[in-house]
Design a binder for this molecule. Structure first.
Ligand SMILES: [Ca+2]
Ligand SMILES: [Ca+2]
Length: 463
């Protein structure tokens, strides 16, 4: 046997031993694909919706390029990158729910085409899982899609458990699997770390696809740390994401601010009878049993400051280590304007948002996000564009979460609609009202608490 042939056989054996190399959606030798993919990762992480559309157009011209011809493997990869463009577009700046749903659905169409052409491309199945997850975030509830998300995840792991995108999805799925079924944060983070090792190596050799995913992998790992309440580790990891991609907008604008030091401010002692009940919510209807479950939402107006306080009574006392509340307000009392609320009761639209998402450090200080935004700010991922440090928060002796702010700073008029939302420092878990909305009428009372209770609060009511 001549040496060249031996070498050929060795290469063939090595190739079969390394399924990831065979199934990498971004073959390093495909120069025509390199430029539009580099552009896509660039604009994608900047959250530039128009830029993504442009990169997509460039990619789609390759479908009909003479060098592509009827090369099914190459066609499959082009469709994969078109799907990746759509998936990135579904979470780009200027978020709007219908746009996000349309983009995630378009990604699924492209992925169907991808696996039709190459049923072995593991990353495509991983992206199917993530695209359905995006639909879920947008409030699309479909049992068939949920089944498909699970099947795609399993298929991806079966085809290539070492593909970095598959490892990331595996990490995300494992994180949300109960410990008794082999899941948990540590297991999830370990899988993400394996993805990071692979991606860092490829990124170092100049692979733009790996460099983009490396930044996303750091962001995912940081999110996992946020979920565990280890905000210091989260912050460190988000900084690594920015090292990989300094213009990674989600990290810059939304994630890193979730690790900032926040001052809780002073919360007054309010006698129980002075709170005015706004709405009640069933116990046990939260998404997860380990996170806050809302039972009653009440309010109180402090005089003479005019400060407005809300009290979130929970089925179990709040965990001071990590908790979160939101108050999405419809300040113009017009449900046809504003942004669709994402955290349960997705029919409700808001135009102002109060946010407190915090984790308590071992020294008693808080890190997280506490402040106000309008719908335009939230669509840009800016949860504090109307101010930060202007929302006070505390857990009272009964384990209820209390937040307060100046209604003028939020642009509240005499009458507004709102929801009360509770969860962790990262994620929502329960909402009141589950349908419709609460009505807050400041003119009707709540200041002195003298016999004004019956005048307030028409849970779910219409004017
Ligand atoms: Ca509840
Ligand atoms: Ca509820």
């Amino acid at each position: 046997m001549r040496p060249m042939t031996i070498l050929g056989i060795l290469c063939a054996i090595l190739a079969t031993l390394s399924p990831a190399a065979a199934a990498d959606p971004f073959p390093p030798d495909d120069e025509a694909l390199r430029l539009p993919v580099a552009m896509l990762m660039d604009v994608g992480l900047r959250g530039d919706f128009e830029g993504i559309a442009l990169a997509r157009t460039r990619l789609s011209t390759l479908l009909a390029a003479p060098e592509t011809g009827s090369d099914r493997s190459r066609l499959a990869r082009i469709h994969y990158f078109l799907a990746l463009a759509d998936w990135l577009a579904s979470q780009a700046r200027g978020y709007e729910r219908n746009r996000s749903i349309a983009m995630a659905r378009q990604a699924l169409t492209e992925l169907d085409r991808t696996i039709e052409l190459d049923p072995e491309l593991a990353a495509a199945y991983a992206l199917i899982n993530r695209s359905i997850y995006m639909l879920g975030i947008n409030g699309v509830r479909d049992p068939d899609l949920r089944t498909r998300a699970l099947e795609s995840y399993r298929k991806a792991v079966e085809l290539d458990p070492t593909d970095p995108v598959v490892l990331l999805v595996d990490g995300a799925m494992t994180t949300f699997t109960p410990p008794e079924a082999g899941g948990g944060w540590e297991q999830g983070i370990a899988l993400v770390d394996r993805a990071i090792l692979r991606l860092a190596r490829d990124a170092d050799s100049g692979d733009p696809y790996a460099r983009g995913w490396l930044a996303m992998a750091y962001a995912w790992r940081g999110m996992a740390y946020l979920n565990t309440g280890d905000v210091t580790a989260a912050r460190h990891t988000f900084e690594m994401a920015l090292d990989a991609r300094p213009d990674y907008w989600t990290v810059q604008v939304s994630l890193l601010p979730m690790t900032e030091r926040v001052e809780p401010g002073a919360v007054p002692d309010v006698a129980p009878e002075r709170w005015t009940l706004l709405a009640e919510d069933p116990a046990g209807d939260g998404r997860r049993p380990d996170l806050p479950d809302l039972e009653r939402l009440s309010w109180f107006r402090e005089e003479p400051s005019g400060r407005l306080w809300f009290r979130f009574e929970l089925a179990r006392p709040a965990d001071p280590k990590r908790f979160g509340v939101n108050l999405p307000f419809d300040v113009d009392d017009d449900q046809s304007t504003g942004m669709a609320w994402w955290g349960g009761n997705t029919e409700f639209t808001f135009d102002r948002l109060v946010t407190v998402w915090v984790a308590r450090e071992s020294d008693g200080s808080y890190r997280g996000t506490a402040g106000m935004a309008d719908a335009e700010g939230v669509a840009e991922g800016r949860m504090l564009n109307l101010g930060q440090g202007n929302v006070a928060f505390a857990i009272d002796p009964d384990g209820a979460i209390v937040v307060g702010f100046q209604p003028d700073e939020l642009g509240l008029g005499q009458r507004s609609r709102l929801l009360g939302v509770v969860g962790s420092n990262v994620d929502w878990n329960d909402v009141v009202e589950d349908e419709g909305s609460c009505v807050l009428d400041l003119s009707a009372g709540g200041a002195g608490g003298d016999g004004q209770r019956e005048a307030i609060g028409e849970p779910g009511g219409t004017p």
